[in-house]
Write a protein that binds this ligand. Structure first.
Ligand code: GUN
Ligand code: ZN
Length: 435
């Protein structure tokens, strides 16, 4: 099969721009040869064409190709609580999030929200996501089915809790084990789907539930893991009371081996130094969700401390505590919050792109497959094209350097700028009203 060459400027971050050099790989008149769903060649268009004579070209100049975004933390049953402002975490959970999550007991309702959720991810250019499912196995299965039929690369799991929430969201350890096992057998490693063991957070988990999580990880190869960590001061105080034997919050998960490569902990806004050291030592990734941290008043992510301690982190939208599905917007929010933080990091376009793509692929142990545009990777792509007569179009008329173009995209592009999304080379979303 000949494939096709996509001709457009492209940007990606195969190297980590937080370590030394700027890390941005860019091609101003780029060519990506897509063959059998993979990037078979990439570079300057004329060179790629010369190496692959006779391969048809798709002229996409006027827009920009990026690796599909990787969202490392989001909740499918919270789509319809987006925009519930004015509360802190624990009140927001009780008054907004959990009542809506309880509605996922109705399978028809859950399946329709799942389809909307998956569609929203793709429309925003997210091609890979790590997702909290529902507390109900049928609703979680509906999420997997929706991702599979849309072609999304997704890691997700049944949410486990046996205390502190509403009783209708609790499942005892034996039920949690049985229902999780059935879902793992059905969906883990099925096409682009992976399963993540998903205790909601230590506050809503007994030791028996955490033991179930440990057992599941021992019994099945390559499971991922996701939970919440050190999000808000009130939450942390309650967790301390419930686990008096633990020296810190992360130590609770660590006690049950719920850490390491493939484990993603959302937030970590208020870690102590010992926790950062242990996160780094175990290779556990933090999902940084800046818009959620601002919207729920949780605090400002101590990025410089994570970098100094060498804790890996990537971006998550945290729908519905966050403000939507857009990873460009999420990255911009990270930039803005670091700008006003007392000891904030300076994030340039390359760092934002890395956090929105490659860092997430690494977090999910999918970096061999996705996250950048190197030959051999799956052709998971987002194509951004400014709509005419927008500030973005005006800025791009004179933007000169790749960094400048990228920073304009992060600042001014929105869902309406997402013209096309491809997964393994196939178009999974195309904007019907092109700019
Ligand atoms: N901690 C436990 N559950 C949740 C949730 O749904 N959202 C957020 N932001 N934090 C949590
Ligand atoms: Zn969350």
């Amino acid at each position: 099969m000949k494939g096709e060459i996509l001709r457009a400027p492209f940007f990606h971050t195969p190297e980590n721009p937080f370590h030394g050099q700027d890390g941005l790989a860019a091609s101003e008149d780029g060519g990506l040869l897509i063959r059998n769903g993979r990037i078979a060649d990439s570079g300057e268009f004329l060179e790629v064409l010369a190496r692959n004579p006779g391969v048809p070209t798709v002229d996409m100049r006027g827009g920009f190709l990026l690796p599909g975004f990787v969202d490392t933390h989001t909740h499918f049953p919270q789509l319809r609580v987006l925009g519930s402002l004015g509360r802190s975490l624990l009140d927001w959970l009780e008054e907004c999030a959990l009542p809506e999550e309880a509605r996922m007991a109705g399978i028809a309702y859950a399946a329709s929200v799942a389809r909307q959720f998956v569609d929203s991810l793709l429309r925003h250019g997210t091609t890979t996501a790590m997702v909290f499912g529902a507390h109900f196995p049928a609703a979680t299965a509906a999420l997997f089915e929706a991702a599979e039929s849309a072609g999304l690369r997704m890691t997700a799991g049944l949410v486990l809790s046996d205390r502190c929430l509403r009783p209708d969201l609790h499942a005892d350890a034996e039920t949690a084990y049985r229902e999780s096992t059935a879902l793992i057998r059905r969906f883990h490693q099925r096409g682009r789907l992976l399963y993540a063991v998903t205790p909601r957070f230590a506050l809503s988990a007994s030791e028996a539930i955490l033991e179930v999580c440990q057992t599941l990880r021992r019994e099945h190869a390559d499971l991922r893991f996701q939970t919440h960590l050190n999000e808000s001061p009130a939450e942390i105080a309650q967790v301390r009371k419930r686990f008096p034997w633990a020296s810190d919050y992360f130590g609770i998960y660590q006690r049950f081996d719920l850490c390491g490569a493939g484990a993603v902990m959302a937030h970590d806004v208020h870690p102590c130094d010992a926790e950062l050291e242990q996160l780094a030592a175990t290779g556990t990734t933090v999902a940084h969700c800046p818009s959620s941290n601002a919207a729920l008043g949780s605090g400002i992510f101590p990025m410089a401390r994570h970098l100094r301690a060498r804790v890996p982190f990537a971006l998550g939208t945290d729908v519905g505590g966050g403000i939507g599905f857009g990873m460009l917007k999420e990255a911009l929010q990270a930039y803005l919050m670091q700008r006003v933080a007392p000891e904030g990091e300076m994030l340039d376009g390359a760092r934002l792109l890395y956090l929105a793509t490659k860092a997430g692929a690494k977090a999910l142990q999918l970096e061999e497959e996705t996250g950048d545009l190197a030959p051999g990777k799956s052709a998971d792509l987002v194509y951004l094209r400014p709509r005419p007569a927008t500030p973005l179009a005006a800025v791009l008329e004179t933007a000169q350097t790749p960094q400048r173009i990228l920073e304009a995209l992060f600042t001014l592009a929105d869902a309406g700028s997402v013209q096309e999304v491809r997964l393994a080379g196939s178009v999974v979303f195309r904007n019907a009203s092109p700019g």
